[in-house]
Design a protein around this ligand. Structure first.
Ligand code: ZN
Ligand code: MN
Length: 482
């Protein structure tokens, strides 16, 4: 069988970080709110209500298009996309059609050590729909509820050209897009909470110049499910074609539990939506000054920053990826480096310990009680061997919990480093006495036993013994044994 040609394009919806909805003053902070508590006549689509455009949402969408190197259109028009669904009270979604915010852009990302480019077909703004609820609230039997809180929340939709050819590539490009929208502060890009949603179009053919039937896969709620769903589809479509059948053009849903895609409906053609300009909204004229102002306020983009971190600070791609995932963390890291020129050392502590503490508290670095200066004070103490890594971890945890500087915490908690050779010798001898088997193992050539003995000394001193001294004293004492 000849090789299969796989073509994947993505359609990504990101919830824009606005306080108000796209065409009314209702709030957008719907998580945890009772159903239908953030609604008004406009977002409920009641007759006689009129939409009023949220300029800030438009600016965020322009910012997105600009960061994706799109050509920005001077005149943007809102269209009605007509379809009936219970979560869409107006019977149409206000979206954009032939005059979107931006067209013909591109973005670059790293995948498996290589830089790839994906062309962006278009970027437009549209309103979100509501949500059907089938369980979990007080509903009469055999009925569903509808929550309109999300209805009218501004989304930016990013449509790529079909430039992706593997599931890994699709996943990595989506992660890079998430990083981008977070970096330029237009969306929190949280896939689990639904503020970033991705549909994928995938087709397979046996001929490189021919596209196979387009299958749209929806309902993927994590980067992992995007990868798994595409792997599944590639496999399914290949088998279909190999058996001599053709793959029908359709929409399929990813079933997270059974890890399969399931056919849901035939794919509508664009015409089925009967797009026409919304008569309630004037075309939006994008002023040149606004574009210039937005362009000049764009930060260094994540990929550029990643590459700079890898070159200037000699970080691995993996480390750079982690640091650049969050702009405030990348900023934090760069301020730290100005205080102590040991990027690799700082990166290690940031990626392991700082992130561990942030995750435990479920906050980001901006919300934390730690500052670059207090963090560097601690790292300088480790660097000068004034404290061990173990003590430093304890202090750091306290800095995250209660704030404060390392030295204050040490004084308050009675933590100090044991630097007395005599004292350490005493403990080392005691550990040697209590662990004859490990001593014998070490003398028999087992290197592991040495680390175990060090661990015992550190445990006895609650991590407070100077680790270099412990090492050299243990070495000395053990060679006396042998
Ligand atoms: Zn409203
Ligand atoms: Mn859409």
């Amino acid at each position: 069988m000849s090789a299969w040609h796989i073509t994947i394009g993505l359609e990504v919806h990101c919830q824009l970080l606005t306080q108000a909805k796209l065409f009314c003053q209702c709030g957008t902070d719907y998580i945890g709110k009772p159903p239908n508590s953030l609604v008004c006549p406009v977002c409920l689509g009641l007759p006689g209500s009129l939409p009023v455009m949220n300029h800030y949402a438009m600016q965020l969408a322009i910012r997105t298009a600009s960061s994706l190197h799109c050509q920005l259109l001077p005149k943007v028009v809102f269209h009605r996309k007509n379809y009936f669904y219970p979560d869409l009270p107006k019977g149409y979604q206000i979206s954009q059609y032939d005059l979107p915010i931006g067209v013909n852009g591109y973005f670059e990302f790293l995948t498996q050590g290589e830089k790839k480019q994906v062309r962006i077909k278009r970027v437009h703004i549209e309103e979100d729909a509501g949500k059907l609820i089938h369980e979990g609230i007080n509903l009469p039997e055999n009925s569903s509820g509808v929550d309109f809180n999300r209805c009218g929340i501004p989304l930016v939709e990013i449509v790529t050209e079909p430039d992706l050819h593997h599931s890994e590539e699709a996943r990595d490009s989506l992660i890079a897009l998430r990083d981008l929208v977070r970096f330029i502060e237009v969306s929190d890009g949280n896939m689990e909470e639904g503020s970033l949603r991705c549909d994928a179009n995938i087709s397979i053919s046996s001929h490189p110049d021919q596209m196979g039937a387009k299958v749209e896969v929806k309902n993927m709620n994590s980067f992992r499910s995007v990868f798994r769903a595409l792997e599944y589809e590639i496999d399914r479509q290949k088998r279909c074609l190999e058996e001599g059948n053709c793959v029908p053009q359709e929409t399929r849903h990813w079933d997270e539990i059974n890890e399969v895609t399931v056919s849901s409906r035939g794919k509508e053609d664009a015409e089925d939506y009967r797009y026409f300009p919304d008569p309630d909204l004037l075309p939006y004229l994008v002023q040149e000054e606004v574009i210039q102002q937005i362009e000049s306020s764009l930060p260094e983009l994540p990929l550029e920053r990643k590459e700079r971190f890898m070159i200037d600070f000699e970080l691995t791609e993996q480390d750079a990826n982690v640091l650049v995932q969050d702009k405030s963390l990348a900023d934090f890291f760069e301020i730290c480096i100005q205080e102590l020129n040991k990027p690799k050392f700082i990166a290690n502590w940031t990626i392991t310990e700082v992130l561990k503490n942030l995750n435990a508290l479920d906050i980001d670095i901006k919300q934390s009680k730690i500052t670059p200066s207090s963090f560097m004070e601690l790292l300088k103490m480790i660097d000068k061997k004034e404290i061990s890594g173990t003590i430093a971890k304890t202090i750091l945890e306290e800095m995250f919990q209660a704030g404060g500087r390392a030295k204050e915490i040490m004084a308050k908690k009675g933590i100090s480093q044991i630097n007395s050779e005599k004292e350490i010798e005493k403990i080392v001898r005691q550990v040697i006495e209590q662990n004859p088997q490990s001593v014998a193992d070490f003398l028999g050539g087992k290197e592991k036993a040495f680390h175990f003995l060090i661990g015992q000394v550190m445990k006895t001193t609650r991590g407070q013994a100077n680790p270099d001294l412990v090492k050299s004293i243990l070495n000395k004492e053990l060679s006396a044994e042998g």
